[in-house]
Ligand binder design. Sequence first.
Ligand code: MN3
Length: 211
Amino acid sequence: MARFQRYKLAYVYAALEPHIDGKTMEIHSEKHHQAYGDKLNAALEGTKWVEKELHEILMSLDKVPENIRATVRNNGGGLFNHNHYFSILSPDSEKAPVGQLAEDINLTFGSFDTFKEEFSNAGINQFGSGWSWLATDENGENLHVHGHPNQDNPLMHNHIPVLGMDVWEHAYYLNYQNKRPDYVASWWNIVDWNKVEEIYQAALQKKVMSY
Ligand code: MN3
């Protein structure tokens, strides 16, 4: 069995319709996500890095040998980001943050709506492919929103990821074609806020949720 594995969905591919169609989910998970894992495993095979957790590798990319660093950044980032993404989506969304995260989003951004706007805009305005992320700093403090290109994520800046939205076209093109803002608006209907709160509780303890 390969060292690094993709997270398998806890629901059927069509479960998120009409917000994301089943065919997009299937291709996204079985082709794109699978390929990131395959390429990461191939790059790290026979190195000491297979003994590390994925998030530890992404937090120390500067120590990864230069000849495989870009491959590990792109595909390790891709594997982690999609493990996160597929684990925080659900057909049974609470539609709004819960627990400590709900309180801290209000404290930091003023309201859930203000946060949603900032997070959505970071995704909509990301030039080319990338992600919108809510993260804490390395101490589990200072919630902030940041857009990242390609498969980069907060770990590469020593921050702790809390919530990530994929804005690559492969995440939405079958339903939405070029209309990224429509996908972003619909995406809020399928966020599993109980799961995001679990990730945030770990972040408060300076821990990265592993998969
Ligand atoms: Mn993707």
